[in-house]
Every structure is written in C-alpha cells, then in structure tokens.
Design a protein around this ligand. Sequence first.
Ligand SMILES: Cc1cc2nc3c(=O)[nH]c(=O)nc-3n(C[C@H](O)[C@H](O)[C@H](O)COP(=O)(O)O)c2cc1C
Length: 809
Amino acid sequence: MTKNIHLYHTNSPPAHMVISTTQEKSDDFVVLYASQTGNAEWIAKNILQEAKERGHNGEVYVLNDFEKVSLPDLRTIIFVTSNTGDGDPPDNSSKFWKHLRRNKQKDLFARARFTILGLGDTNYSNFNNTAKKLERKVKELGGTVFYEKGLADDAQGLEAVVDPWISNLWPKLADVCVQHTKPPTTAEPTVTLVADQLKSLSVAAKPDPDLPEALAKYLDLPNFLVDHRSDTEKAAALAATTPRAAKHKQPVESAPVDRYSRKSRRNEIPPEVEKYLDLPNSLVTRNKDAASAAALPTGHRIHVDTTALHAAKELTALPRVPGVVCRLVHVSNAPAPAPSTSVPSFVQAPSPIVYTTIRKARCLTTPDAVKRTLLIELEVPRGEEVLFEPGDAFGVLAPNEEGIVRAVVRRLGMSEKEAGEFVYRVEAEMEGGRIPFLTNTSNRSQELPSHLQRAKAVTVLDLLRYGVDLTTPPRKAMLRILAEYTSDAEEKKLLLFLCSKQGTAQFIFLRDQSPTLLDILTTFPTCHPPFQRLLDTLPAHQPRSYSVANSPLAHPNSLHFAFNVLRYTTAAPFNVQRQGVATPWLDRVAGFPSARGITQTRAKEVELGAKVKVPITIRHNAHAFVLPLDTTKPLILIGPGTGVAPFIGFLQHREHQRRIRMSLGGVTAFPDRDARDGFGDVYLFYGCRERNKDWLFREEMEAFVESGVVKVLEVVASREVAMGEEVEGRKKEKYVQDAIRRRGAEVWGLVQGKGGYIYVCGDTKGMARDVHDALTDIVCEHGGQTREEATKMLTGWMERRRYLRDLWS
Ligand SMILES: Cc1cc2nc3c(=O)[nH]c(=O)nc-3n(C[C@H](O)[C@H](O)[C@H](O)COP(=O)(O)O)c2cc1C
C-alpha cells in the first residue's frame, strides 16, 4: 500500500494540487537507501536520526520499499547507495531500478530536490557507478540537486568523505526542508586538551612484552605511543589528572585480589564449592570452558602514533555519539536453546539456506606456494533442489571463529550462562530521549538494523557467531561509542583523537592494522561497553560468496568451489597474524591439518562422506555473468588465480553441450549448422605465480585443450620472470594482460569480427584495470580507434553484456 508522507505544512493544500516553487521548503524529507552489506543502511538511519535531532521531520526506507512513499510527491530526498558486482546496484534496490527502467512518467521526480551519498571502492574500476547513474537518472526525470553528491571510498575509509559530507548537509537541508523545532546544541563537538594532561601520554622506557620485536626500534622516537608504564605508574599519572578516574584504575600490584569478586567468580570456582557441582540442581554450574579459557585469543594491541595529539590544542570534527537503537531484553520463560549446528533462525539469507555436505576436498597448491588454495565439492542433499548455472555464486554461512566469540564474551564480562543459555529479544530502544526513526510506532523493529530485525529469541553467543561482524576494522562511530564507556582518561582521549580531524592519519593507520573488535577492546582495557550498545554499530555478519566451479550438466547435485585460505601477517613493523572468517573455517571442517602443519600435496584428496554440513545460500547472477545462449559465439575468458573457477564451470558446460549434441548426431539448437561447428572458439588466459606450485586446475585445463573445448590456453607465471627479463628481444610476459596484448589481433577479430564475449573474473586490485587498459590498447591498435573511441566501444560492449566482469577485493 502506498503511504503518503506529509509534504506540506498542515494548512497547505494536498501535494497534487500544489505547483511547487523551488524556494518553497518541504515539510519533511525521506532518506532512501540501498545497501548490500549494511554500511549504507547504517549511515542512512543515522542521517535520519541526526536530522530529527535537528528538528526536521523525515523517514527512512530501503529503495525496494519505494512503494511505501509516493515518488512523484516527494519534495526532498537523500539517497544513500553502495555498489555490488561491477558497479551494480545492491540487491535491495533491484525493484526500484526495474521500476525506473519501466517508468513512463518523464517528470517522476519533477518536484524533488535531492542529494546522493555514494559508497564505493576505488579498487573497482566502476567507482561509485550506482550513485553516478542514480544522479543522472533522477535528473533526467526532473529532479534538482540541492547539495552536491558525496562519493566515499571504502579503500580509504568511508569516513573521510562521509563525515564532512554529512556535516555540510545540515545547512543545505535547512535551506530546503523546514526545521520544526530548534536543534539542541550538539554535545561535545570539540574536546579541548589541557597541556598538563597530555604529558601523561609520553612514552616511558620499559619494554612492553607484547610488543613485536620490529617495533622496538621506534620506542625512542618522541610520541610513539606504546605505553610501557607499569599499572602503578599509570595509576599515579592518572591520579594526577583525574582523581575520579584514578579510583577505577587501581594498580594491579597493590589491589587485594578478591577471589569472590564478580570478575573472578566467572572463571574460578572455589574449592569448597567444587565438590557440590555434580549434585543435581547445583546453583553453580561447572564452567566447562574454564580449562580452555586460558587458550582463548587475547587480542593484539594496536599502535597509534600520538605526535598529532601532542601537537593539538583541541580535537575537532568529532562524530556525534550515535543514538541508542538496540535493546536486549531477557526472555525469562524461554527454554534454553538446544546446541545446534544450524544457522540460527534470525539470520536472513537472500535465498533459503541449504545444508550441504562436503563430499571431497582437494588442495590445489603445493605446500610451498604463497597462497593455499582448496577445491571443495559440496553435495546437495536429496530432496533439496538447487538450481544454478555456471557463473552463479553462492554464499557460505560460516560462523565467526569460536575462540574470538568466547574471548569477546569474556572481555565483556559476561558469564557462560548469560551468553550461551539466556535467551534474549533484540528490541528497538524506546527510552532515553531517543527520537524514533519512524512516526508509525506499530512496527518498531524496522528501526533495528536489518540483520537484527528477526532476533526475537537468541543467545548472545549466536548473535556473536552469526549476527555481527567481529573482524572488520571499526568505524569512527564505533570508537566514539567506545569512548563513552572508557573510564581511563588517557584511553578515552586516545579514542576521541582517533575519531577526530586531528587523528585522521592515525585512523587510517589503525585501519591498516586490520584490528578486530577484540583487538580494540584489548588496546583499551578500561573500555567496558554493554553488549547491546555494540549491536548499535557492529556491521552485519555476511555470508561469504564463491563462484560455482562446475556445470550442473556435469555434476547435477554438486557445487564445487575454489578459494584461497585467508591467513596472513600484517605489514611490518606490526607483523600480526590475521585470518579470514569462512576460509579458515572451511579449511578446518574439510578435515585438512591446520595451516601450520600442512603436509598434503596438491594431489591429496579428502573424502568426507556426510560428516560435515556447510550451510549455503544461492545468489543468482544479477549481472548476467553466464554463458551466452548462442554457443557459436567465441569466448575470451580471463581469470588469474581463483578467478578461473567459474570458467572451469563454463568449460565443463561447453564440454557437455558438445557431447550431448554429438550424441544427438549433430542436431543443434541452430539446425542449419553442424554440431561440430556449433561452438565458437574459446581462449583462456590464466595467471599464477609459479606453474609448478599454484597452477590451479592444471589437469582440467590441459584436458579441455586436448578435447578441443579450449582452442588457446595462455598461462602466465608472474614469479618465473626476473625484473626486465627478455625473450627474443621482447620483455618476458608476467601477467594475463601481457598475453592478451600479444594476441591482440586475434582478440579483436573474435570480439569485433565474430561477436565474441569477454569475461574477466578475479581480485580487483589492479588486475581488472590492467586488463581493461590492454583491451583499450587492442581496440586502438587493431581497430584503428582513438583512445576516446576505444573507451566508448568498451562501455558499449559492457552495456550490451558482451564484456562482463565478476570482481572482488
Ligand atoms: C562484491 C563487491 C563488489 C563491489 N563493487 C563495487 C564497484 O563496482 N564499484 C564501487 O565503487 N564499489 C564497489 N564495492 C564497494 C562497496 O560499494 C562498498 O564497500 C560499500 O561500503 C558497501 O556498502 P554496503 O555495506 O551498504 O553495501 C563492492 C563491494 C563488494 C563487496
């Protein structure tokens, strides 16, 4: 049902009777957002909340809910949109975009003044394509821009653009939209630093046992903040500045240890109680994880250079403290959840979750390869139907690592019982003077972040395992919230510094260290946020997407996929071990030995039978990264590393199509052609580091060449080439784009002469751009076009879906 939001002052005529003038202020506004992984949603809701605090009336909707407002009647719109795929709009705006494509109303936005905040990533060549496209479209349909769009870059940290863009939005919004109440004075826009307080931040000389060796040499540099002081020294320094805070920060050495304190009670059961534990109805439960508690990860301390903090007299441009949104309500009569390996029901997936089993796992690289790549074959259970075609992807719903989950629980001071047995409901907060997002109070749960809206009976452990992202570096808003719960004045100041203008460089430096939530909490030991407050700002935990590497014609009930196991060490001098979420989990559940003890050769296969369940959700290809229907079209497949995985599916498919046609005696979908001529040439460009270590799918590729499915296979190995090495007077090829350039005349002939299709798949960092440049060169050289014409031609191929890319970073 269409809901008309109020567009005019109460004594104004209804919208459809009013001829708008550009000067006239609208009574309210809407924020329309599209978000794939939650950033745009979070920002959109925060914009609305702050606007309300500033006296504006407004509402927020996901773009696919556009029918809840009447688009032609909207007067002031703030769009916030991210991207997915190759500059494509997020899934939750697909209906809206379809509506725009079909729309016949040329003046759909004639009354609207609008602005756009785009969230993108410069690792992708179509940077912020959706925001740019949206702006063009809304202008075409009559909309006028009231504030220049902002294009934020996730590669640099969204905040660098988002924060100033939002700050500058307010006066512009006030020009076009009525402020019904006077905005309250915003709390704490600036923190003034007292010189004396800053002294306590200087570096002391005692080495920190946690400090990576490589860092030691920096310790004597002024202002490199690694705090080596003992707790006594710290407390003394603190007492000198803030007597109240010092009370909370007793030096460990001098504090009497109260073994019955709330804190020690959690991990230690007094011996006198121990003997009663096995009695039925004992009030104290044995902490089964007590023994392993010591083995939980402790988190890494992050490092911050405080030179700029010392130089600053004040901290400015601090984000406002985000509003309280989530409340955790204990559902007292709910039964404790049974232990389960299934994904909790509150988790929303784009398609129904299917529990597959791992049938086979194979390591595709040798133990000395730089990356470790696994191929996993999942079996879809009988009775479940998973329809897919080569080029589709699916999401794996892996939980956050259990050790990190438990360590966060411990760090937040929750007991095992509170976290694992108590059942909670996540509700939208109603109290504390918060201004609700929605005027219609009947469906308050919509104010919650989408990923928590169905959390009606959950445990804290399940929220931490499947609900929230614990590994993405924190947003500034998160640090701002954490500052509110930090008792030590120095730590608090440092948190505020990191979210301030003066701390911009250090915030970027912090992101480069890829800290997890646990690392942040470890770095700021006096920070004790309530768990529900973290729910307000932690991003949604996401299924991890993988391309299907098989054809349903070859393996109808299986899904194969290949991936690099993500484990790495951060750049020197930090050298911190990090790992991804889903790939180490898959590595473990697939039954391989741990990464440290890799012994298997690339040939080793693990047959697992039906032991392990992997929950998946199919994501159909929104951007048509699938084979063309006409099999006579030539294919140019470019996929270095695991980017080749979908092409293995393509080629299996082609192989089976050929077999089927042959077995039918050459009867094709195009009866005028003989089956043998019914398939276009296939060129496969593949890149690896060293052929004998990480040439993935080597046997398969060679077999495709043998059977004639692939006409040309080019394999380029980047680490087999020394700097500037030449062969026959030419630079030796290192990357796929080098081989593409060498075969430029053929590529041009296949695409332009025979209507061929180009597919590019893989990691975006540079590769997609380099391949794009090589293709531009080919069009110039072999097609006789200028660079500008070549760029236009490639854009045309993209629009006609003859040049397709499936990229990730
Ligand atoms: C699979 C994937 C594809 C993406 N494609 C693009 C792209 O083509 N262009 C771009 O500017 N940003 C791209 N991005 C970056 C997102 O727009 C950016 O990370 C944004 O912050 C995500 O916001 P959201 O959580 O609201 O979806 C992509 C991100 C992912 C994960």
